[in-house]
Design a protein around this ligand. Structure first.
Ligand code: FAD
Length: 480
């Protein structure tokens, strides 16, 4: 049977899903609220670049697009930490030198995916189509053409809401009984700035080393910069919306400049368009969206940010959305004509993983803006890499599992908790052995006490709430 799908939203996930389903024999009706990006070029001033890693690359490979995307991508095998004094320190992401995240232009990625979808003969793409209503029982979606105000409808076997963090389709589903929904706004917003290419210097045309994700960690705030192929860097300021050091307090280019002189002094001379960027570029907001179920009537289903918008601090929103596309395509192939069963299988697979990456992304914000500047963080990373080197089958750092593997997010998170548990257990056994061995020479108590303190310190400092909770409970149980 030839099956039909309406995909609402021709963003990153909507386009990739259109490619997959068209190649699986579906008739695809892809509708997008905005105009055709092929006609208007990249949106100026909002050129967010994205970090794409193993999961996203795997999904692009499946669509035959990995090579195209990597052609203009820039490898970032680690973070470059900028101190207030302007010193730079490189921290590699992984022990394996072949591991790197890739900086790609969001608009170029979207364009490549859109062109791939348009090249499929059974894909129809219509622009300026804003989804306004859906009837799951009849499989009907209503659209308004934002140019002409004409209303149209589309009927299909499957309707996919890939319409992003502020999904209209999700908004419609929210009116249904039994639909759980929560959104949590981050107290921080973001603003993009530019570091321009240079004509001379060690990294020309780049003003700084392009093979790193640059971070200026400043406690409650931070700035990051990702390289672009033209030699520029897109910087993103993550500041609180209000209060001390906020976008509300530091408004206007003159105040922005003064703040930069203090906190980001090494970056300011590299930003000749600072005043224009600071004044003109808007402050964006970030939120975490959780909802359940992701589907309605066995026929309408959410995917990508529409199902699970997350904050961008693990660089996984698009990667996770691409994994959704793979999961839904596989479930539809596995369940034949039973679309409702396929949707259930997809939700079962993806919901727990979306919840896990949402949690990890929030935790990583604190790590990036605060912990990356500390010596303890550096030593923890060194310890992570050391343990991975000596026992690769027993210990894999969480960052490696998330960014350089396709282990499901929920399994990666569970495994990292388990690793901490084993590490603490191992160190305690080690302490007891040392105590036993050194007892004859009378050094046992001092050394074992010191080791015990070190173990407890590491456990508490480990950026892992679970370890802290477990250790606290353990100490409580023993009334220590
Ligand atoms: P979108 O890409 O948002 O696409 C949704 C589409 O639906 C849009 O084209 C929109 O116009 C259309 N639409 C909306 N409403 C309607 C409607 N009513 N009718 C029809 N069409 C509609 N992810 C990473 O993996 N790595 C990163 O480094 C990274 N960095 C980020 C940095 C920032 C500052 C932000 C904000 C996000 C970042 N992300 C990153 C997340 C990533 O951008 C998203 O997860 C990804 O774009 C989600 O894809 P999507 O297709 O679900 O949604």
């Amino acid at each position: 049977m030839n099956k039909s799908v309406v995909i609402v939203g021709a963003g990153l996930a909507g386009c990739l899903l259109a490619v997959y389903l068209a190649r699986a024999g579906w008739t695809v009706d892809l509708r997008e609220r905005r105009g055709d990006p092929r006609a208007r070029g990249h949106a100026a001033g909002r050129s967010i670049n994205l970090a794409i890693s193993a999961r996203g690359l795997k999904a692009l490979r499946r669509a035959g697009l990995e090579e195209t995307i990597l052609r203009n991508a820039i490898r970032m095998p680690g973070r470059m930490i900028h101190s207030r004094a302007g010193a730079q320190e490189f921290h590699k992401y992984s022990r394996d030198p072949s591991h790197a995240i890739q900086s790609v232009s969001r608009s170029a990625l979207n364009l490549a995916l859109l062109e791939a979808a348009a090249a499929e003969k059974n894909v129809g793409i219509t622009f300026h189509q804003r989804c306004v209503e859906v009837a799951a029982a009849s499989g009907t979606v209503m659209f308004i053409d934002d140019n002409t105000q004409h209303t149209s409808s589309a009927v299909a076997d499957l309707i996919v809401g890939a319409d992003g963090a502020y999904s209209a389709l999700r908004g419609i589903m929210q009116k249904n009984e039994g639909f759980d929904y929560s959104q949590k706004w981050l107290g921080h917003g973001y603003k993009e700035m530019q570091i321009q290419p240079v004509t001379s210097g060690a990294h020309a045309p780049f003003a700084m080393n392009p093979n790193a994700l640059h971070i200026w960690p400043r406690g409650a705030s931070m700035m990051i910069a990702l390289p672009n192929p033209d030699g520029s860097f897109t910087c993103t300021l993550f500041w609180p919306h209000s209060g001390s050091g906020s976008f509300a307090e530091i408004s206007g280019a003159a105040n922005g400049r003064a703040h930069f002189q203090r906190d980001y002094a090494d970056a300011l001379p590299l930003m000749p368009t600072f005043d224009a960027d600071f004044d003109a570029n808007p402050v964006g907001s970030m939120l975490t969206v959780r909802c359940n179920p992701w589907s309605q009537g066995g026929r309408v289903v959410l995917l990508g940010d529409a199902a699970h918008a997350i904050v961008p601090f693990f660089g996984q929103g698009a990667n996770a959305s691409f994994e959704d596309c793979e999961s839904l395509t596989d479930a539809l192939a596995a369940h034949g004509d039973n679309i409702a069963a396929a949707i259930s299988a997809y939700e079962l697979d993806r919901k727990r993983n979306a919840d896990a990456i949402a949690e990890m992304a929030l935790t990583n914000f604190v790590e990036m803006r605060d912990k990356t500047a500390s010596r303890i963080f550096k030593w923890k990373k060194k310890l992570d890499h050391f343990l991975h080197g000596v026992a690769p089958n027993l210990f894999t750092p969480l960052y490696d599992m998330v960014s350089f593997s396709t282990i499901p997010y929920a399994d990666a998170l569970a495994k990292s908790h388990e690793q901490v548990r084993y590490f603490v257990f191992f160190m305690m056994c080690f302490t007891l052995i040392i105590r036993f061995v050194l007892r004859p020479v009378g050094l046992d108590s001092v050394i074992s006490l010191t080791l015990m303190l070190v173990v407890m310190f590491i456990a508490f400092k480990w950026s892992n709430k679970w370890a802290n909770k477990w250790l606290k409970e353990w100490l409580n149980r023993r009334k220590i």
